[in-house]
Write a protein that binds this ligand. Structure first.
Ligand SMILES: *Cc1c(COP(=O)(O)O)cnc(C)c1O
Length: 299
């Protein structure tokens, strides 16, 4: 098994376009999106120790949860296919007439898909419901939605092993698992851009996560909760125009749910003099470019 190699030696791209960068502040991206075309971005980091744990516990099958455009289920299906695990995806919502391109990939990699109502899906962390699922589907190593467990956090610490000099790390947050891992290793301040709506809840959740896993932040860190652009996976003509311009100016592709909102926020924060003069920002590109296919006209 060699998922380790997908989580090491990520390239860094300096963004030199004046669209993003200004005289006083430089911006670079840590390209977790380039680690692997299939087991993409931070999801590879969150799977790293989960796959090892599954092996150690003698499991041949992995089960997890996600929506119809889940980067996590997509990466999990690809990893199972490559490293020899059966995979089961519990998918939020009723099955439509056609599968999303994301779930088509997952199915092609052998993932068994089980669609559950939103009501049932909300039980995704309920131990009794999970036990019932396993009684129906057979034994599996169960990974929470988004890879949000201790193994997930531990894997994300490897995102800090870059030698590229920087004064601030920035990343997009869903469950906050990636941020939790990064702040237990980073020596510079870390700023998270929350992709879901909700004042302050993620700052608290990350604090709780660290306490639960007996880990400690090694740096200043803060989650900014007002850059979600209307809510999780909500796009707007402004955001789409930003993505297009960003890609033309920098040659770096983004996806609408996380990385576009992260880079949008960074550009705005720079223009509001949020960062001190001389700062060199390193933004983590979390990958998941398969999700671009969810945009209108990308089919
Ligand atoms: C899943 C994902 C995130 C969020 O990661 P969390 O660990 O859940 O906070 C950020 N960016 C991309 C591209 C993702 O796929």
């Amino acid at each position: 098994m060699d998922i380790e190699s997908l989580t090491e030696n990520l390239p860094v791209t300096e963004l030199t376009s004046s669209f993003i960068h200004q005289d006083k502040v430089s911006v670079a991206m840590l390209r977790a999106d380039l680690n692997d075309p299939e087991i993409s971005g931070n999801k590879a980091f969150k799977l790293r120790y989960n796959l090892l744990a599954a092996r150690e516990r003698g499991h041949q099958a992995l089960l997890s949860f996600g929506g119809p455009w889940s980067n996590h289920l997509h990466a999990l299906a690809a990893a199972g296919h490559r490293y020899g695990f059966r995979t089961t995806g519990i998918v939020r919502g009723e099955q439509g007439k056609t599968l999303t391109a994301c779930l088509q990939d997952a199915q092609r990699w052998g993932m068994q898909l089980h669609f559950v109502s939103r009501g049932d899906y909300s039980l995704k962390t309920d131990p009794q419901w999970i036990e019932w699922l396993l009684s129906q589907l057979g034994p599996h190593h169960v990974i929470p939605e988004g890879g949000a467990n201790r193994e997930g956090v531990l894997g994300c610490r490897h995102l800090c092993s870059t030698a590229h000099p920087h004064t601030h790390l920035l990343l997009a947050c869903g469950t906050g698992t990636t941020m939790a891992g990064v702040i237990t290793r980073s020596s510079v301040p870390v700023i998270g851009i929350q992709a879901l709506k909700g004042d302050g809840y993620l700052q608290q959740e990350i604090t709780d996560m660290l306490r639960r896993y007996r880990m400690q932040a090694q740096c200043e860190w803060q989650v900014l909760d007002d850059w979600h652009g209307g809510g999780f996976a909500k796009t707007s003509p402004d955001l789409e125009a930003f993505m297009q311009r960003f890609e033309t100016e920098t040659g770096v592709s983004l996806e609408p749910v996380y990385s576009a909102k992260l880079m949008f926020a960074i550009r705005e924060l720079i223009s509001r003099d949020y960062f001190p003069a001389g700062a060199s920002l390193l933004a983590i590109h979390g990958g998941g470019l398969q999700g671009r296919r969810s945009l209108p006209g990308q089919g």
